[in-house]
Design a binder for this molecule. Structure first.
Ligand SMILES: [Zn+2]
Length: 292
């Protein structure tokens, strides 16, 4: 234990005591419930190795264009090392000022940079996407013409996330938005901070399936949103699943293990998950929605 950073003899002794005689910690509070630990995630992955070996891409990440720590080029280089064949760059949109959201002009400039890096990186297809901020009434904050030039559009709620009343109507409104392909981190939960929104999930997932919109497993460890028990409800609907790490730095691609493990534990087949598609199949899927 003492080979670990910050574990000295006192803490090592305490951990050993806990392992030998686990203390009663009571029920896990809701705000910390339903999160996979890394050991649980890896145990699930070991039961279904194809989820890791057949994974083709990551569909949510941020760069220095909004609140990420790496440039497009740095994220692309890390994605190649990770073994992805495509990634979607999905920086925040202008309504989320706290995260440095982009306006339409910045989005167009980002498209130029992505095209240059995509040319430099033949083994990786870099898709241009966005994580568009949705208002609590389900509306986006970007010009639809700008969105139509993108490969994939995520729509996510970032406000009024502590409401405890049923939010089914909010989701149904968002799912009527014609511009989005994926509902990002649907519940908006955050480990230790907020338990996330509630809804009539069978109704929400049926509406998403009918609209041709995927729901996301945001694999960022503090989010894990959707989580396993809600994903089991999603499994029983026809809804498509998208996995994104929500990486804010190049080293975070491995967070996808949490998302893959959640899909495995919920019994969601790879055929239902966008990240197992070839890139052309994925782009045909987003184009099909657009053609409605
Ligand atoms: Zn977000």
């Amino acid at each position: 234990l003492q080979e670990l950073d910050t574990v000295g003899p006192v803490i090592a002794r305490r951990i050993t005591e806990w392992l030998e005689a686990p203390p009663d910690v009571g029920d896990v509070p809701e705000v910390r419930a339903g999160y996979l630990t890394l050991s649980k995630a890896r145990a699930a992955l070991a039961t279904a190795a194809a989820y890791r070996s057949e994974l083709r891409g990551d569909l949510q990440m941020h760069t220095t264009w909004s609140d990420g720590g790496g440039s497009v080029r740095e994220m692309a280089a890390a994605a190649v090392l990770f073994g992805h064949s495509y990634i979607a760059i999905t920086d925040h949109s202008k309504g989320l000022k706290v995260a440095g959201g982009m306006n339409e002009e910045e989005l167009a400039a980002q498209a130029d940079e992505i095209a240059v890096v995509d040319d430099e990186t033949p083994s990786l297809r870099i898709l241009h996407g966005i994580e568009m901020n949705l208002s609590p009434s389900g509306e986006g904050d970007m010009d639809p013409d700008a969105l139509r030039r993108l490969d994939i559009v995520l729509g996510s709620f970032h406000s009024a996330l502590r409401i405890t009343d049923d939010q089914t109507e909010r989701y149904l409104a968002a799912l009527r938005n014609p511009d989005i392909h994926v509902l990002g981190h649907p519940r908006g939960r955050m480990f230790g901070r907020r338990p996330g929104l509630r809804a009539d999930w069978p109704r929400v997932f049926d509406a998403a399936a009918a609209a041709g919109i995927a729901v996301e497993i945001d694999a960022f460890p503090d989010r894990q949103d959707l989580q396993v028990d809600v994903l089991r409800i999603a499994r029983d609907s026809g809804v498509t699943i998208s996995i994104g790490t929500d990486a804010h730095a190049p080293f975070q691609f491995w967070f996808v293990e949490y998302g893959l493990a959640a899909a495995i534990l919920a019994g969601i087949e790879r055929e239902r998950i966008l990240n197992f598609m070839e890139v052309d199949e994925l782009l045909a899927w987003t184009a099909r929605r657009r053609g409605r």
